[in-house]
Design a protein around this ligand. Structure first.
Ligand code: NAP
Length: 474
């Protein structure tokens, strides 16, 4: 295939990626966007395979078949709530794949005795690929372990941690420099033989693996989704670097797209949590455990039964449902959808107020509600519902806590202060579905539970909602 045609097809693939990404930013177009990006990837793969005359087809076919089977099984079998773990594993595989591309290229130069003649910039990019790929791989495995509770999800902190990490970074940078200028040292008659350049390269791989573990262990399980988004970005950067190594334009472009979108998502998540990235990465948030109780939060929570909640909802004209992590834990999304339909049949307008970091991963609530067939146009962003909160007759808070904590607006001492929240406390009546007065992820008490207009419906969200729907049916 002529180079010009290959590059043209790569440009078409890149355009499909960009279009797909753009469509992913709206719930209503996300599914199609995913499909368009997948077509772009298919085109890129077919072009890459068709343009290389040296391809060993049996290996490619085996790889394709194995990958397709594993991917299809994973997509079918993994529960929605385990999505962050799966993304962590995928990032890790992306990282190790890029590392292997760098490794194979180094091996090729080494065994062909071409290291001395290779430009230092080529060796530098190979070193960078191995570094980012290695960090992404082991970092993602640790993230997966913490999220799936195969490892303790608490942050691991010890004295001198930062110093050790800085030392590791210095060693890694030293190894990359030696690998890239090894040829010059050899030319100048130094003791650095090919074998020792090779050992430095192996050392670089090992150090990268260790660095990946070290940078992720100080991060708490709850902050892992931010880290996964960051590792996703790293896996993109590793792929981009691998693209430079094998001079494949579409790999460079797709890697850069993943790298930059991962960073943007990380930034959005940090902003929505009112935390800086360095706070997420280095503060060991949640290491102490236990709740932070504020002395200023007083009052008595007013429990309500399903039977008493029914007439309030029966009379409501405008209902806002605000889901949170507890809805995912209770797997209450189908029950919530059923209640929403019943309320609409009863003449109420029902909307869902979605906070960007409700749950434990970006889009967590959207995914669950889409699974339960809640129409996209009922899902409203926080910024759309807050200005009209006074018009809401009843706000149903379903397993959400931090994302509806009004202390984020009013209590300067609260760690949540400044985080934008869904202002359900401004609705006429608030009914909170949760099992206790326990705090949520941030470990912070919530004055909403003691508000004049708040009623607490204690219990598992799914069974409470099902009972409430049952009241309507009766
Ligand atoms: P949250 O603050 O963690 O609160 C969840 C609440 O759900 C808990 O208070 C819990 O109360 C309740 N719950 C648990 N199981 C339940 C069940 N079976 N039935 C009913 N209620 C149940 O959740 P959120 O309001 O969604 O806030 C998300 C938090 O995660 C934020 O602090 C955010 O910064 C953080 N975070 C989010 C992301 C993301 O990307 N979405 C990433 C990292 C961190 P009970 O135990 O009393 O039932």
């Amino acid at each position: 295939m002529p180079d010009s045609l290959v590059n043209f097809l790569y440009i078409v693939s890149a355009m499909l990626f960009v279009l797909g990404l753009k469509m992913l930013s709206r719930v209503s177009t996300a599914r199609r966007g995913n499909g368009i990006s997948a077509i772009g990837m298919l085109l890129a793969i077919v072009t890459a395979l068709a343009s290389d005359s040296l391809i060993h087809w049996p290996w490619i076919v085996v790889g394709l078949a194995l990958g397709s089977v594993i991917g299809a099984l994973a997509a079918r079998l993994i529960a929605m709530t385990s999505m962050p773990e799966m993304v962590a594993l995928f990032n890790g595989f992306g990282g190790i794949a890029s590392l292997l591309v760098g490794w194979v290229e180094f091996q090729r130069l080494h065994s062909g005795k071409m290291l001395a003649g290779a430009p230092w910039s080529d060796l530098l990019i190979i070193g960078i690929t191995v570094l980012i790929g290695g960090v992404t791989f082991t970092g993602s495995i640790i993230a997966w372990g913490k999220l799936s509770e195969k490892l303790d999800s608490k942050p691991v902190l010890y004295r001198g941690q930062q110093v050790i990490n800085v030392l590791l970074v210095i060693l890694v940078l030293g190894a990359i420099s030696l690998v890239s200028i090894g040829r010059t040292l050899i030319d100048s008659g130094s003791q650095l033989e090919f074998l020792s350049v090779y050992s430095v390269f192996v050392g670089l791989g090992v150090l990268s693996f260790i660095l990946g573990v070290m940078v992720v262990i100080p991060i708490g399980g709850g902050d892992m989704p931010v880290v996964i988004s960051l590792l996703n970005s790293y896996s993109g950067m590793a792929a981009c670097a691998a693209g430079f190594v094998i001079r494949n334009n579409v790999l460079i472009v797709s890697g850069a797209l993943v790298g930059s979108s991962g960073i943007i998502l990380t930034n959005i998540m940090c902003k929505a949590m009112n935390r800086s990235l360095s706070n997420v990465l280095f503060s060991g948030f949640g290491a102490g455990g236990g709740a932070k109780h504020s002395a200023d939060i007083r009052g008595e929570a007013k429990p309500i039964s399903v039977e008493d909640a029914y007439p309030i909802l029966e009379a409501a004209q405008n209902v806002l449902i605000v889901p949170g992590y507890g809805m995912a834990v209770a797997q209450a999304q189908h029950a919530v959808q059923e209640l929403s339909s019943i309320l609409q049949d009863n003449g109420a307008e029902v909307n869902f107020g979605i906070h960007p970091v409700a749950g434990r991963m970006p889009g967590h609530m959207n995914v669950l509600l889409a699974e339960a067939n809640v129409p996209y146009d009922q899902l409203r962003e926080m910024d759309d519902v807050n200005p009209i909160m006074e018009l809401v007759d009843v706000a149903l808070v379903i397993g959400a806590n931090d994302v509806v904590n009004p202390a984020a607006r009013s209590d300067e001492k609260s760690p949540l202060y400044g985080m934008p929240v869904v202002n359900v406390d401004k609705a006429r009546t608030v009914i909170v579905f949760k099992r206790s007065l326990n705090p949520g992820f941030a470990g912070i008490d919530n004055p909403l539970f003691f508000g004049e207009n708040t009623r607490m419906l204690f219990g598992d969200a799914k069974s409470s909602i099902q009972s409430l729907a049952g009241e309507f049916k009766d």
